[in-house]
Design a protein around this ligand. Sequence first.
Ligand code: DLL
Length: 432
Amino acid sequence: MIWNDEFETLPREAIESLQLKRLQQTAERVYATVPFYRESFDKAGIKPNDIKTLDDLQRLPFTLKQDMRDNYPYGLFAVPLEQIVRIHASSGTTGKPTVVGYTKRDIATWSELMARSFMAAGAHKGDVIHNAYGYGLFTGGLGAHYGAEKLGASVIPMSGGNSKKQLMIMQDFGSTVLTCTPSYSLFLAEIAAEEGIDIRGLKLKVGIFGAEPWSETMRNEIEEKLNLKAIDIYGLSEILGPGVGIECVEAQNGLHIWEDHFIPEIIDPETGDVLPAGEKGELVITTITKEGIPLIRYRTRDITRLIKEPCICGRTHARLERLSGRSDDMLIIRGVNVFPSQIESVLFNIEGVEPHYQLIVERDGNLDTLEVQVEVNEQTFSDEIKVLQGLSSQIRKEIKDLLGVTCQVRLVEPKSIARSEGKAQRVIDNRQ
Ligand code: DLL
């Protein structure tokens, strides 16, 4: 079922003419109201009315996360503060967070796009949506919450944490949809097993998981352990929060990005050039309806490709291929580019291995070393040393075959790697 038939199935030419019109308006608005954009447009020698076609977007300068930091907290807002009704901020591991503001209309747009996303994932009015994304400065909780209400579903505002209670509520309240990070869904399954709760037997039918990279093998693992359809949802606070793109339940293959509100481009992260259609690179997004903090050509650092072929669900909006990771999470180990999700896809296909792992990177002299720590199940852990050694070398070999990097493998006890209620920490890089 489609939430907004008119906009979600617009023919391509109609999408593009709407995009051009909205891009022109956005460029006019930021040039007039945001000093940062007036300066950067002037520096690039372009005026808003030079934008005559969608290709002219490529002449506009990029916006970087650093630009948001330099204009902390409100410098990139395009409206006076009294029109801002909500403020969120990204978690940012170091320094000041990145701040975003929403007008009333922005909140309405966000709710609409989340309602679309829920329905694309197979959720409807009448569903009981158990929302375990964190409420707070993080956009996950409130973003999903407003969308669930707009959809007309009954939303349970759980937030993260207190996993035993989460399970009790899911059981007693008859939750049919679970929203949280993919890693937290597996943690919930683990607690359920400990507590003797049959999580597969709950009423859950769909899980809407995002906010961190995850692999196709992790999807299989989640679907098997929780007995639901696991749907991938993408978003980032700078652009909106959750609901920038989502997989449809019909295809589960690529995330429709809502092109009547965003213009996606794929660039070569080294040169900044737009790549030919279908190539993999860094996703750049321009918002074309946001009022509070419109962003021109925001460099997401997320790596994907755009799929423009029609989708069986009938939606005409382009799809993002499952995100492989972020260019800044990409590890360069002795010159080889490695995404944690690639290692994950090897690990989760191996019998006896649990879906909990961490990558430890060190520098030994001039040499980078990678240690893969991964949990094995109880039974495997108590096996003979010989069996464990065999398993380690199998993992080492499969990683070497796939990625060309040599690593150390450390099999660790069940439940020894820290669990997260939000985004999992997969990499510990001690090289700096
Ligand atoms: O994580 C918004 C969100 C909340 C998305 C709930 C989905 C569900 P930030 O905290 O600003 O916002 O982090 C954004 O997380 O640039 C990606 O690197 C990563 N990310 C988000 N969704 C996915 C996904 C929220 N489905 C950053 N696959 C983004 C891979 C994802 N990475």
